[in-house]
Design a protein around this ligand. Structure first.
Ligand code: SF4
Ligand code: FES
Length: 250
């Protein structure tokens, strides 16, 4: 397969970036998108050109490190796939592929296609946890009854891998889908109740401090989310936030 790649190159956070063109030949259908970039980088290194910087880790769709805006879509064409699970068979020889970083004020570019998503880590630190008594009197989690429906919805919310595609896709750069998933995975379970009010207030507050935009119910985030996180989590978080605001002294 012969392709023309148009890739965003940016030397550093303050540098002016630009799209650069790289023709590439010999790409195979069964290569993943990231393997195709590895293949390009080997060629660039051989020719004395600095390789393209991009994020990746597990390459199995579970860590949330890969990103990339491919032909104008977060994680590229296809639904419920991460960039690392996208295969070159989705493209045809002769195609031109535009590859850009996830763009949002709260995700500044570090270099080329790599962006800083530590704003998500700070939101998690603000409340994305539960406290458990580990003094020796810990109650076995399996002994606490949880309704099947609640367990399923909590599990679905917990499948969010924190990739940030929802932010990159949203016209407001809103992180509401991510934050609502991280709030819901606890708020639906008995273990999450003691800190429920503080959690939703603190995580939403941190989200605002990080400079993410607000949700205007467009729904693009849900469409592009590789894990199919539902908008119903945003509605639940908004209810939890309202309740917590009215009943909190904070
Ligand atoms: S909600 Fe979906 S798109 Fe957003 S961070 Fe989680 S997995 Fe990624
Ligand atoms: S590299 Fe881990 S989800 Fe893509």
């Amino acid at each position: 397969m012969d392709l023309t790649l148009k890739i965003w190159r940016q030397a550093g956070p303050e540098a002016k970036g630009e799209m650069k063109t790289y023709p590439i030949s010999g790409v195979e259908d069964d290569m993943s998108f990231l393997e195709m970039l590895d293949f390009l980088n080997e060629e660039l290194i051989e020719n004395g050109v600095e390789p393209v910087v991009f994020d990746h880790d597990c390459r199995e769709g579970i860590c949330g490190m890969c990103s990339l805006f491919i032909n104008g879509e977060a994680h590229g064409p296809g639904r419920k796939v991460t960039t690392c699970q996208l295969h070159m068979r989705e493209f045809s020889s002769g195609d031109t592929i535009y590859i850009e970083p996830f763009r949002a004020k709260a995700f500044p570019v570090i270099k080329d296609l790599m962006v800083d998503r530590t704003s998500f880590d700070r939101i998690q630190r603000a409340g994305g946890y539960i406290s458990v008594n580990t003094s020796g009197n810990t109650i076995d989690a399996n002994s606490i009854p949880v309704r099947k429906n609640d367990a399923d919805r909590a599990f679905d919310a917990a499948t969010c891998i924190g990739c940030g595609a929802c932010v990159a896709t949203c016209k407001n750069s809103s992180a509401m889908l991510f934050v609502s998933a991280k709030v819901s995975q606890f708020s639906l379970l008995p273990q999450g109740q003691p800190e429920a009010r503080d959690r939703v207030l603190s995580m939403v507050n941190q989200m605002d401090l990080e400079g993410f935009g607000n949700c205007t119910n467009t729904g693009a985030c849900e469409v592009e989310c590789p894990k199919g996180i539902s908008l119903e989590n945003i509605a639940r978080m908004n209810r939890d936030y309202l309740f917590a605001s009215l009943s909190s002294n904070k």
